[in-house]
Design a protein around this ligand. Structure first.
Ligand code: PLP
Length: 451
């Protein structure tokens, strides 16, 4: 069987919350003023109470409200596909499966949480959402969700992506959102950055600061984040929950689970329902794949840090390159983030998950093989997961082992063709920050609570 579909009534009706199954709890987020663990009131200016409750919940299964399930049905359940063409090209005895999240209207996994977030905001009377976007995938997804539930959406789009991806902007406009390049003149923080560096290409850390500032200053507006937070990872578990049912139909279960990591949400969405099995004794190898240019898990430090450059967020315990770190302008814009989801950082630190880093040219080599064998042109972010799967399949070939590999294809690359053009013209550059670049970034965490 090439593709495995579920029917709509087989969609998950609850999200899976890994907090209920962890042997040791993650360190709590801190209020940067008092350095005390954060309470719900600290987050209330930014998020609706239902999401704050999910952020702190220890309940294993959290019901998905019916209007959210209905919204997700626009494209879910997503297919599970056996990468038979890729297997043949690699001459591997491994079986390679992928969960394809590119079938959503925005083209990635991001609407899985955008729809839930827009719903809860609407329920609590919010009129407008402010957010940032790196690659444009998250901004598009929140624009779609805002349209679905009747909320205005303002998107601060990292300037390098704003320039590289004009059609992502058009897409957000089609769904009614307002978009500005970040750093922008619309916030005090954006103006301060532009004053110092008028040519700043921006970063997710800067764009988050702008969106948080926007939301904090307006009564009608809340902030929405597309990754990193517990509730975002929670909403993404529909991916892994569906995959488990589909793998059962295929009569298989994965030995290796792979995903790319920017803030950690698509990887966690696929991996956490399986990680529960590993916590209960199953032998599964988890691989989180990041860019060598922004090596948060492989070379970052686990400590308390801010989620944004302007230090407006709470302090969270995570792998970080320091909140002032400016990642090089690689084409996987969604992976250019200095930090990592605290929940994912925690399980990496516990030794449950391994991390790997790849250069962008080798990642595009894998994307190219995939496009030629499976037909789908992947998003540059997702191509990191493909590279991870290709390497795992080659390892299996060399060891003569019939491994089962499952990876998350988090999105398609139809709005990333400029990057493909650069790759095919031989113009892509690999970047590896040297130790002194990393030391400069991490200096920003000095004086913050250490772990
Ligand atoms: C297609 C795609 N995959 C992956 C990511 C990385 O985010 P996360 O690690 O939260 O899944 C992004 C972020 O923009 C994305 O657009």
């Amino acid at each position: 069987m090439k593709k495995i579909f579920l029917s709509e009534d087989e969609m998950p009706q609850s999200w899976y919350n890994i907090a209920a199954d962890l042997k040791t709890p993650p360190l709590p987020p801190l209020n940067p003023g008092t350095l005390q663990p954060l309470g719900p009131d600290d987050l209330a200016p930014l998020f609706p109470m239902a999401l704050i409750e999910q952020e702190m919940s220890m309940q294993r299964e959290i019901p998905i409200p019916e209007p959210v399930q209905d919204g997700l049905k626009m494209w879910r359940p997503s297919p599970l596909i056996r990468a038979t063409g890729l297997e043949a090209a690699l001459k591997t005895p491994a079986k390679i499966y992928f969960k394809y999240e590119g079938v959503s209207p925005a083209g990635s996994h991001k609407p899985n949480t955008a729809i839930a977030q827009a719903y809860y905001n609407k329920q609590e009377g919010v009129k407008r959402l402010a957010t940032e976007t790196g690659a444009g995938q998250w901004g598009s997804s929140l624009a779609l969700a805002g349209q679905m539930f009747g909320l205005d959406v303002k998107v601060y789009m990292v300037k390098v992506s704003f320039t590289q991806k004009p059609y992502r902007r058009s897409m957000m406009k089609s769904w009614g959102a307002e978009i500005v390049p970040s750093p922008s003149m619309d916030t005090a923080f954006g103006r301060a950055i532009l004053e110092k560096d008028p040519d700043s290409t921006g970063s997710l850390g800067i764009a988050i600061s702008e969106a948080v500032e926007d939301a904090a200053q307006r009564d009608d507006t809340k902030y929405a984040l597309g990754s990193v937070l517990n509730h975002v990872l929670l909403h993404q578990t529909v991916i892994g929950l569906e995959a488990k049912k589909q793998m059962a139909i295929a009569g298989d279960s994965p030995d290796i689970v792979i995903g790319c990591v920017g803030g950690g949400s698509n990887f966690a969405g696929l991996a956490f329902p399986y990680l529960r099995d590993k916590i209960n004794g199953a032998d599964i190898d988890f691989r989180a794949i990041e860019p060598t240019a922004c090596p948060t898990l492989t070379r970052g430090k686990f400590t308390y840090d801010f989620g944004d450059m302007a230090q407006m967020t709470p302090l969270v315990s995570m792998h970080t390159l320091g909140h002032t770190f400016m990642p090089p302008g690689i084409h996987a814009g969604g992976l250019r983030y200095h930090g990592m989801a605290p929940m994912l950082s925690h399980v990496v630190r516990e030794g449950l998950i391994d991390s790997y880093a790849y250069h962008q040219v080798e990642v595009f080599d894998a994307a190219d093989i995939f496009a030629k064998t499976e037909g789908i042109i992947p998003a540059p972010e997702s191509a990191h997961a493909i590279k991870g799967a290709v390497d795992a399949a080659i390892e299996a070939r060399e060891a003569g082992e019939e491994k089962t590999i499952l990876f998350n294809l988090s999105g398609h690359g139809h709005f990333d063709m400029t990057a493909y053009d650069a790759y095919y013209a031989g113009k892509l550059t690999d970047y590896r920050p040297d130790d002194s670049d990393l030391a400069t970034g991490l200096a920003a965490t000095e004086g913050l609570p250490q772990v």
